[in-house]
Ligand binder design. Structure first.
Ligand code: ADP
Ligand code: MG
Length: 502
């Protein structure tokens, strides 16, 4: 077993176990109106202000498909490198719930609009994993029951009722909590790049059902070789997990729980569980025996959905450059795979980087962005869209370092100044005399001053050439950080008679 494989196992009392994870992600379609009605989808309206007769399930109302939602599903499918099914069907999924006035949800069952695809995820150790997509189908969202508005009544808000959701189902191709969280993050990046879902997990625009099972080491490999699920353990489904962190925590907890049950002589029953993020544990909601029989049947109010191949191709032509392609381009420009994957994770960050990196060394630009810009954003609790110093201004600073107008040290001070006070970096450098000193006369004078003040160190450095760095530091201090360090190094070596190496 390779080290990477080994890191995917969990130790139990009776031996090692593997975790297997598959996900069903509900992503709300970005569209002004709902899947089958013209009511608005805007978030945060007063309850029941965005409800048509269709969304309220009035008898005799006829659903009318919203072309924009179809286009968004196809766009997402193309972004997932998936098969687009030119013919798909809408089915009724029947169940009773107070926030589902129709008594059924219109969904797609046997014939979804999008078939198999794939998502690549980058892990911290540099490994890239391919997660298979099983399908993507369109369905209506339900309304919301409000239990905390009144001491002895519950209310129903139908604003969400009928909003288009994409349910994206993966194959069970994830093996660790890190992979599960990374998958969700990557999927969110893709739909955001595509503009098909805003990915706001705290507003519920994206939520994940996480399926977890455990099996003995080797089971997953046999499953991948044969395609037979019998090599995997029985899964439990953890419903509606709404952040990457909770996905990771829920997987960790659930895998441990299952191992303990099996090692204690019990068996895992297929069931639906809830993740309680306060207690940090999953709890049973209902077992498979209690699961609904939804009595799916084709919705008689809706014709099969037939797409024109030319229309699909026209959508394909409008796809933006997606994270994987952007990453490949950044790597070709000289970035490491890891740096590139961090930069493309958010489209705004990638755009910022590209402007900041114009005409300068890619690696230097990425380092500046990571260490200086993102470091300060992090410190100030800001996101890239709130950055106080524009990409162009950062670019000007990097250019000044590259052409030796200012030193790397001064560049950081300069960023601090424009970060808090604003202003044009070049003008600030002029106005405050921050230009780098390459004038050897001034550097020599600073060296003499340092030597005169530290005669003992001059003796020491002869024995310990490593001390030269201390001298460089002192000379830099003497010049207010403005001396060119390369010039200082060279001048010191000559003056102190130091060997070239060390
Ligand atoms: P259902 O139709 O009952 O919802 P699916 O076969 O569609 O079941 O699977 C639902 C999800 O569960 C998919 O994401 C799939 O990858 C995942 N899954 C299936 N079997 C397992 C397993 N043994 N362990 C982990 N995940 C699994
Ligand atoms: Mg399912």
């Amino acid at each position: 077993m390779s080290a990477a494989e080994k890191s995917k196992t969990l130790k139990g009392e009776t031996g090692d176990w593997e975790i297997v994870i598959g996900m069903e992600v509900h992503a709300q379609v970005l569209s002004k109106s709902k899947l089958f009605s013209g009511a608005s989808t805007e978030f945060g309206a007063e309850p029941n202000n965005q409800v048509s007769f269709i969304d309220a399930g009035f008898p005799g109302m006829l659903p009318v498909i919203n072309e924009k939602c179809i286009e968004q599903a196809v766009r997402t499918g193309l972004g997932l490198k998936a098969q687009i099914n030119l013919r798909s069907l809408f089915d009724r999924k029947n169940y009773f719930y107070p926030d589902l006035p129709q008594g059924y949800q219109i969904s797609q069952y046997k014939d979804p609009i999008v078939g198999e695809g794939e998502v690549l995820i980058d892990l911290k150790d540099g490994e890239t994993i391919k997660v298979g997509i099983e399908r993507l189908h369109l369905e209506q969202d339900a309304g919301k029951s409000l239990h905390d508005q009144h001491p002895d009544s519950s209310f129903v808000d139908l604003n969400r009722s009928g909003i288009a959701l994409m349910e994206i189902v993966t194959k069970p191709h994830m093996r660790t909590s890190e992979e599960a969280a990374a998958f969700l993050k990557k999927l969110r990046a893709i739909v955001r790049y595509l503009g098909t879902c805003d990915g706001n997990m705290d507003e519920g625009s994206m939520r994940a059902d996480v399926n977890v099972s455990v099996c003995r080491v080797g089971g997953y490999e046999k499953f991948r070789e044969t395609g037979s699920f019998k090599h995997l353990g029985t899964r439990c489904e953890i419903k509606n997990v709404n952040s990457m962190r909770f996905v990771a925590q829920a997987v960790e907890y659930e895998a441990r729980r299952q191992i303990e049950v099996i090692e204690g002589g019990g068996t895992i029953r297929q069931e639906t569980r809830l993740y309680d993020n306060k207690a940090g544990e999953t709890r049973s909601m209902r077992s498979k025996e209690e699961a609904h029989d939804y009595r799916y049947f084709p919705d008689p109010d809706l014709l099969p959905l037939e797409l024109d191949a030319g229309w699909v191709e026209a959508i394909r032509k409008t796809l933006p450059e997606l994270p994987d392609e952007k990453k490949a381009r950044f790597v070709a420009q000289g970035l490491s795979a890891y740096d590139a994957s961090v930069l493309v994770a958010e489209r705004e960050l990638a755009d910022f980087y590209e402007e900041l990196a114009k005409g300068v060394d890619a690696k230097a630009a990425a380092n500046w962005l990571n260490n200086e810009v993102l470091g300060r954003l992090n410190r100030d609790g800001l996101s890239i869209t709130q950055v106080p110093v524009s990409a162009a201004a950062n670019n000007a600073i990097i250019v000044m370092v590259a052409d030796k107008t200012i030193s790397g040290k001064i560049a950081k001070d300069l960023l601090d100044i424009v970060w808090t006070e604003g202003g044009d970096p070049r003008a600030v450098v002029e106005a405050r005399g921050m230009k780098q000193v390459t004038d050897t006369g001034a550097i020599d004078a600073a060296i003499e001053a340092v030597i005169a003040a530290n005669p003992d160190k001059v003796e020491e450095v002869k024995a310990k050439p490593k001390l030269a760095a201390w001298f460089v530091g002192q000379v830099m201090k003497q010049t207010g950080g403005k001396a060119n360090p390369t010039a200082v190094n060279a001048a010191l070596k000559t003056r102190l008679n130091l060997p070239d190496e060390g």
